[in-house]
Every structure is written in structure tokens, then in C-alpha cells.
Design a binder for this molecule. Structure first.
Ligand SMILES: *Cc1c(COP(=O)(O)O)cnc(C)c1O
Length: 303
């Protein structure tokens, strides 16, 4: 049943996004068609998977009458960036609990978050590790009062629900056999698994080193009935946010040859993994492979 609070919820803007075909000799040799869902274009600041992960959290925060969002992240976090923008768009306050010490001048991510009114609160790495402990959350409530808490990276049950909705929409609107995505916390992959039918195969490419532990978390978030999936853990390029010359080269090449902008932390690694998967014959000949462009291109032109 809808309550008055539901109907009065303000929603984030959403721009419908295109699908783009990309070409590469590797894909031709593998006999597959490769498409990219440009979900990075769904919102200028709350882009890609972050839009879908935040959606139901924002509705819930408003339903509960919360005036402030509080979340956690590192100094370059796309989630912190998106949360600050979402809060300001909906007229909410926001607090970012940032790992490590303040460095001035602020980097572009934190500078943007601050410009959207986010209050930045820095905690030591040791303290940051306690971010899920009730004692630490109580301390934050004592300090900042009432807030709606969104975990680091934005992954919780409502985030998975939002991504599952997105996956259902994909399934209704596009023909594809495989769906490929970048994996940070695994919340997005879990939502895709949850939203797609069993005949679809989903390949996730982890951007963190040593991400094998994520399989059980993804299983837990994805729940019972779901699509088949794999997590590939060899495409971290040295670890989270680490870059190699080969990765930079690939990003440049994709921009030049396919007019596809990619970031170094997530989607560049995704495309590297997909090219290798095609080369290794992991996609059946004659099938189509859909890549999720999950965003991560901070500071688009002002619109
Ligand atoms: C946050 C992010 C991801 C990772 O999403 P998870 O749900 O944490 O796995 C992937 N791509 C981009 C561009 C992101 O910003």
C-alpha cells in the first residue's frame, strides 16, 4: 500500500540511455556481437550503477522522514560523489565519512562532494575499519544526530533491489546472451543475477585484488532464483585503482576507435576482461554480449 510519504517522495532525475555497438578484431574472430549499455549517461552526477543503487535508499530515507544521508568512502569514491549529488538534488543534507587524513587542496571528487554541501568527516584507517560496528555508528549518531546510513560502496538490500529492476528492464528491451559488468563490492553483480532469468550468463570482473571472497557475499545478496554467473578475478591490474600502461593504452584505443569513454578503476578493467574472454572463446559463436557501462567518469561537462 502506498502511503502519503511514498507519493510525496521526490525522485532523482533519470535520462534514458542508449546501447552502443563496439567493434574489435578480437570480437570478429570470436564471432560475437558486442554492445555497451551506456548507463554512464543516465544522470550527470549520480551516474551508472550508483543511480540504481541509491534509488530505493533515497525513497526509504524520505519515507522515514530523514533529512540527512551519511555514508562512507575513500577519497576517490564514486559512491561518495554520487551520494553528495543525490542528497543535494533531493534537498537533503549529507555527511561523508572519509578514510584517512584530509589532504588539501581537496581532490576533484571531494571538492565536488563539498560543493554539493557534503560535510566531510575524516577518520583514521583504523577507525574506518570499524565502520560497521554498532559502537562506531552510535558515536556517529551522538556526533551528527539523526541520519539515514548507506554503507560503503552503497551496497545493501535496497541497492540490490534497484539493480535487479534495472536488469529486468534490460531483459525486456534488449537481446543478449551474456551480460558483463565490473565488480567492486559485488552489489551490482548480485542485483543483475537477481533480475535476470536463468538462461542468461553474467560475467563479473573484479577490480580488487584477492576478490575471491566476494563469491559468497554475491551469493548471499543474489538470493535463490537467478541467472548463471561467474566472477573473474584476474583483471585487477595490480589492485584497486592501480593502472598499468597496457590498461591506459586500451582505454585510449577504445576512445579513439569506438568513441567509448572508460575509466581506469572499473570499466577499463571490464573491457580488458571481456576482450580476453572473447579471445579465450568463452562466448559461444553467434551470440551477443552486453557490457554494462556502470559510470565512474566523474566531472562530466556542466549541463
Ligand atoms: C561503484 C562502481 C562499480 C562497482 O559496483 P559494486 O556494486 O560495488 O560492485 C562499478 N563500476 C563503477 C563505474 C562504479 O562506480
Amino acid at each position: 500500500m502506498r502511503t502519503l510519504a511514498d507519493t510525496s517522495c521526490q525522485m532523482l532525475r533519470y535520462t534514458p540511455t542508449p546501447v552502443q555497438k563496439i567493434r574489435d578484431p578480437v570480437f570478429d574472430r570470436a564471432g560475437v556481437q558486442v554492445l555497451v549499455k551506456r548507463e554512464d549517461l543516465n544522470h550527470p552526477y549520480v551516474s551508472g550503477n550508483k543511480w540504481w543503487k541509491l534509488k530505493h535508499n533515497l525513497v526509504e530515507a524520505q519515507r522515514l522522514g530523514k533529512k540527512t544521508l551519511l555514508t562512507f568512502g575513500g577519497a576517490y569514491s564514486n559512491h561518495v560523489y554520487a551520494s553528495a549529488a543525490a542528497a543535494s538534488e533531493l534537498g537533503m543534507e549529507s555527511i561523508g565519512i572519509i578514510r584517512g587524513e584530509e589532504t588539501l587542496p581537496l581532490n576533484p571528487t571531494l571538492n565536488f562532494a563539498k560543493s554539493r554541501g557534503m560535510h566531510l568527516h575524516y577518520v583514521s584507517r583504523a577507525m574506518y575499519r570499524k565502520k560497521q560496528e554498532p559502537g562506531f555508528i552510535d558515536h556517529l549518531h551522538n556526533r551528527f544526530g539523526d541520519f539515514y546510513l548507506i554503507p560503503e560502496g552503497g551496497t545493501n538490500a535496497l541497492a540490490v533491489q534497484g539493480v535487479a529492476e534495472f536488469a529486468k528492464m534490460l531483459n525486456l528491451n534488449y537481446q543478449f546472451d551474456y551480460l558483463c559488468c565490473a565488480v567492486g563490492t559485488g552489489g551490482t553483480l548480485a542485483g543483475l543475477i537477481r533480475g535476470l532469468p536463468a538462461e542468461k550468463m553474467i560475467l563479473g570482473f573484479a577490480v580488487l585484488k584477492g576478490a575471491d571472497f566476494l563469491r559468497s557475499e554475491i551469493e548471499r545478496w543474489a538470493g535463490q532464483a537467478h541467472a548463471t554467473w561467474q566472477l573473474h578475478t584476474a583483471y585487477h591490474f595490480g589492485g584497486y585503482a592501480k593502472i598499468t600502461p597496457a590498461l591506459s593504452e586500451l582505454i585510449k584505443k577504445m576512445k579513439e576507435e569506438n568513441n567509448l569513454p572508460l575509466d581506469h578503476v572499473y570499466t577499463g578493467k571490464l573491457v580488458a576482461g571481456v576482450l580476453d574472454a572473447a579471445e579465450a572463446g568463452r562466448f559461444r559463436r553467434g551470440t551477443s554480449v552486453l557490457l554494462l557501462h556502470s559510470g565512474g567518469l566523474q566531472s562530466p561537462p556542466e549541463i
